[in-house]
Design a binder for this molecule. Structure first.
Ligand code: FE
Length: 375
């Protein structure tokens, strides 16, 4: 009403006191309406154009670049859309490719959220200026400080323990103790582990360097290479399968792969898992290496509020429960109880060195692998 009133005033002088026509007859509505419509159009059309360009209506979408490839994630994204009306546009690819793409796209990148399956990549993305502070109170409340960036550029969404899996018939768990011990002569030709190109191994190596220094880490890597049952190949699941097939006796893997094998639709995979036990190394010392799968908001996110909302949704109790019960990862939120299977593996001491402190060692880890001959 006020807007119409203003047009009226501009075109007639005053709405309340229209100037009488010289003839003294009552004012005709027709010329006034014409004037009103044309003046209205003159004002409204540019305003509409302005609205369209400078203060466009919320797009109600969030663009996710994800290095995670799990069905549980997509189900959670659908649930997020149902609850908020915000559509999730998901681009899945290898994390390094996604980060490279964000670099190339620069300020015009449509990426709102980067999700990775490894802390090292988030640390690197933050260091390259690809992320911005998340600014979430919930994140600070529920995520322990070791598993988020002190500057708030990334946060863990789930935790994954990288453990020693052993063949129950050929290894007594009392023979096991630390990652370092796997380099000893008693394990010659018995250790299965994937390639040094793998992010989980790179972040594990960075944690070993942080704890022991580059020299000792290299000696460990060298010993481990000597003890390898075969040259590194396959993924974590393949190490457990090779162990069941008799290729080796111990393997370094993330625990959730054991959960996936135990709950596999494939009976052979369930049988493979049944032969393997889980051992949490370094319990008398720094604790078992725990990596995260996590997220950060892109530096140029066009929908940054939606991105933060999605992070908070994923950190919520319900989503945390889904991630740990469907994908067997540990919830990163201290508010959420572990599902039964994870509880059956037992509680353990975690390496609590903040993952952000691995930053200086991620590059060094690659040199150590190279010098030690870890393919
Ligand atoms: Fe994985």
């Amino acid at each position: 009403m006020k807007f119409i009133d203003r047009i009226y005033r501009t075109t007639t002088g005053s709405r309340n006191t229209p100037e009488p026509l010289p003839s003294g007859r009552p004012p005709s509505r027709r010329p006034f309406l014409t004037l009103l419509l044309s003046a209205g159009a003159a004002v409204l059309i540019p305003l509409a154009l302005l609205w369209g360009t400078s203060c466009s209506a919320p797009t109600e979408e969030v663009n996710v670049y994800s290095g995670r490839h799990y069905l549980s994630d997509e189900q959670l994204f659908s649930q997020f859309t149902e609850q908020t009306g915000i559509r999730v546009n998901l681009i899945k690819a290898d994390t390094d490719q996604l980060i490279h793409r964000m670099r190339l796209e620069g300020a015009s990148s449509p990426a709102d959220l980067l999700i990775t399956a490894d802390a090292g990549r988030l640390v690197g993305a933050a260091a390259s200026g690809l992320l911005q502070p998340i600014g979430s109170k919930l994140m600070q409340e529920v995520v322990p400080s070791a598993f988020r960036d002190p500057d708030g550029h990334w946060t863990g969404l789930t935790k994954r323990a990288r453990v020693i899996v052993y063949h129950k018939d050929r290894v007594d768990p009392s023979e096991l103790s630390t990652y370092e011990d796997l380099a000893g002569p008693q394990w010659q030709g018995r250790v299965l582990v994937r390639s040094s190109q793998n992010h989980y191994n790179q972040t594990l190596m960075a944690s070993v360097i942080a704890a022991l220094g580059p020299q000792a880490a290299e000696e460990w890597a060298h010993g481990l290479v000597t003890n390898m049952a075969r040259s590194p190949q396959g993924n974590d699941r393949d190490q457990v399968k090779a162990m069941a097939a008799g290729a080796g006796d111990v393997a370094i893997v993330n625990t959730y792969y054991m959960g996936l094998l135990l709950h596999s639709a494939n009976a052979e995979e369930r049988q493979v898992a049944a032969q393997a036990g889980i051992f949490f190394p370094n319990q008398q010392g720094r604790g078992t290496h725990v990596n995260i799968s996590g997220a950060g908001i892109a530096a140029h996110a066009p929908n940054r509020d939606h991105a933060r909302r999605l992070i908070e949704f994923l950190l919520g109790d319900e989503a945390q429960r889904v991630l740990s019960s469907d994908n067997f990862e540990y919830p990163v939120s201290h508010r959420v109880e572990w599902p039964e299977l994870l509880q059956s593996w037992g509680s353990f001491r975690e390496d609590t060195l903040p993952l952000s402190r691995l930053a200086p060692w991620l590059q060094e880890a690659m040199f150590v692998f190279h010098r030690a001959g870890w393919e």
